[in-house]
Design a binder for this molecule. Sequence first.
Ligand code: PGA
Length: 253
Amino acid sequence: MRKIFIAGNWKMHKTVGEAVELARELVTALTEEKKKIMIAPPFTALNTVKEVLAESNSNILLGAQNMGPEEEGAHTGEISVKMLKDVGVSVVILGHSERRHIYNEPDDLINRKVKLALSKGLEVILCVGETLSERESGIAENVVENQLIRGIEGIAEKQLSGLTIAYEPVWAIGTGKTATPEDADKMHGFIRGLIEKKYSKKLSENITIQYGGSVKPGNVKDLMAKDNIDGALVGGASLKAETFIPIVRYDKL
Ligand code: PGA
């Protein structure tokens, strides 16, 4: 059985004070929730948000939005895997489309980060997804295949128990446009097939694949009803308790 995994990516939002306020609201509302939940505040708020989660023994996981590809050294501006673990991070988002497209992160760099994170015991959410022009020219599956296969190149099956894949069509991120549940399910099925071909049927059946791109309380239920959709990576709607809580509790809507 795949575990349902709902994650919030706060991106470049929230001061420490604002982050604490939101974390407190989520902790209070989601104490009884059995699903796997993660919130990824900005780096500056990780430490304090961890304290909020720890104070109340919350099972909400702390996530980071990125990580440097090296263990330590002269890498101005980067944050290492050890630093993330030190403040209580257990999951890191890698290969987000904003890292790929705004900051030009290539697949081999993302692959180095994925390998490093998994080898040090961090879980990884690896994001993949096509742009609008790639979808319109009929190459969406090729793009997703390349990003996925290059992203996990050289990683043994036994290490992939710590991997979640997030399918996030770039044209649906922050735009209000969502892939239809049918289109998303189809791509998720395609991704599962790639995992089966490269590794095994067992891994393909067990791996969690999240959908991301304008997930909101109004569309989460239909997306989650699909066989191959095991969770959501939520941006904009994760910034407010009133929208993130119903997304997590979509089965009660
Ligand atoms: P969005 O972002 O929910 O605001 O579309 C999703 C993401 O970038 O992970």
